[in-house]
Design a protein around this ligand. Structure first.
Ligand SMILES: [Zn+2]
Ligand SMILES: [Zn+2]
Length: 353
């Protein structure tokens, strides 16, 4: 008797499987439609608590190619507004995929003019213009030389913009909103509006001069972003009392290994590049020292050099844990850290839903 029921159940399962197979196109289209509806109506800002300062990671990679990490990009969200720091290759797409509203981007502040920190500006500016019907260009701030970059990118995208306007019309892509405007800034207070204050400070990324880090303060909470830098006492001074320190990460041991591999395989030029980059980036231990000296609540690593598979990431931070006993995290694209102003930090990932 029992055997008979097993055969009946098996038969029904085969029939159901067959029905799903026959209808697979309709089922796939219906699921895709549902996904598209959910993506279009998603409102991430409503999910981010208004009484917290949020720090998102729209790019945690570096110039070394990685399929998992877009190049440098950090977004600070305060009072419903997005303040973006650096926009490396692929990071504009990551910002969009995180569901963050492009029309809420107040501006982009570049730490320095290495290309892995601005290559995403072109695609992002186009997405913002067409995706949110921007009526004014994207403001981009950065060290001396930034205007050369913004004007160059505007020139590169000019022809494309004429096609977009001709195709979609001025109501959708207003000509006044095309492109970006560059403004050169110097260390000091560079933004002060509402409750948000942004301070730029000089860091040491020689021969890249000038190079900045940024500190954002909002309602007694704050985050300090190092940008690319060798260790300098200016870091702890700038980050003093911040809730969160966002530091770049370069593993000297692993980069040394890459240098040795390049040399062994006869690639002397590559070996020299790997040797050169070791002296203008901070080590994880030094970053942890800065975190301790500045008395920050949490240390978050980004600009990961090199990007390694997740199970090996623990080895990237070397002895950082012996220098700083607060929470330390290696960030991934899509992560958001929410700061309440106390010792507790919550992290979620907006890409893994
Ligand atoms: Zn960099
Ligand atoms: Zn750099």
């Amino acid at each position: 008797m029992r055997k008979k029921w097993v055969w009946v159940a098996l038969g029904l399962a085969v029939l159901a499987g067959g029905a799903v197979y026959v209808k697979r196109d309709a089922i796939a289209m219906s699921l895709i439609q549902r996904g598209a509806d959910a993506a279009m109506s998603r409102n991430i800002m409503a999910e981010l608590r208004a009484d917290q300062l949020h720090v998102g990671f729209c790019g945690t990679g570096s110039p070394l190619p990685s399929r998992d990490r877009a190049a440098a990009c950090t977004v600070v969200i305060a009072d419903g507004t997005l303040f973006v720091f650096d926009m490396g290759e692929g990071s504009g797409e990551t910002l969009s995929l995180m569901g963050l509203p492009l029309d809420k981007v107040r501006g982009v502040w570049l730490t320095h003019l290495h290309s892995d920190h601005f290559e995403g500006l072109g695609p992002f500016t186009l997405q913002r213009w067409a995706g949110s019907t921007a009526r004014t260009p994207l403001p981009v701030f950065g060290p001396e030389g930034v205007i050369e970059i913004t004007e160059g990118l505007n020139r590169a995208y000019k022809i494309d913009s004429t096609y977009r306007i001709a195709h979609h019309g001025e109501a959708v892509v207003p000509p006044s909103g095309f492109g970006m405007t560059g403004s050169a800034i110097s260390p000091g207070l560079v933004y002060n509006s509402g409750d948000v204050r942004i301070t730029a400070f000089a860091v040491d990324h020689d021969p890249v001069r000038p190079a900045f880090g940024y500190r954002v303060d909002w309602k007694g909470r704050s985050v300090t972003i190092t940008g690319d830098t060798a260790y300098t006492p200016a870091l702890a001074a700038a980050a003093k009392g911040s809730d969160l320190l966002v530091s770049e990460l370069l593993s000297p041991h692993m980069v040394k290994m890459l240098e040795n591999s390049a040399r062994k395989s006869g690639n002397a030029n590559r070996a020299k590049i790997f040797a050169d980059i070791q002296d203008y980036h901070i080590s994880p231990g030094q970053a942890a020292d800065v975190a301790k000296r500045a008395g920050v609540g949490m240390l978050a690593f980004t600009h990961i050099v090199p990007s390694v598979p997740k199970p090996f990431e623990f080895a990237l931070t070397d002895d950082a844990a012996t220098h700083f006993d607060g929470p330390t995290e290696i960030m991934h694209d899509g992560d958001v850290i929410s700061i309440s102003g106390g010792p507790a930090f919550s992290t979620r990932n907006l890409l893994s839903r």
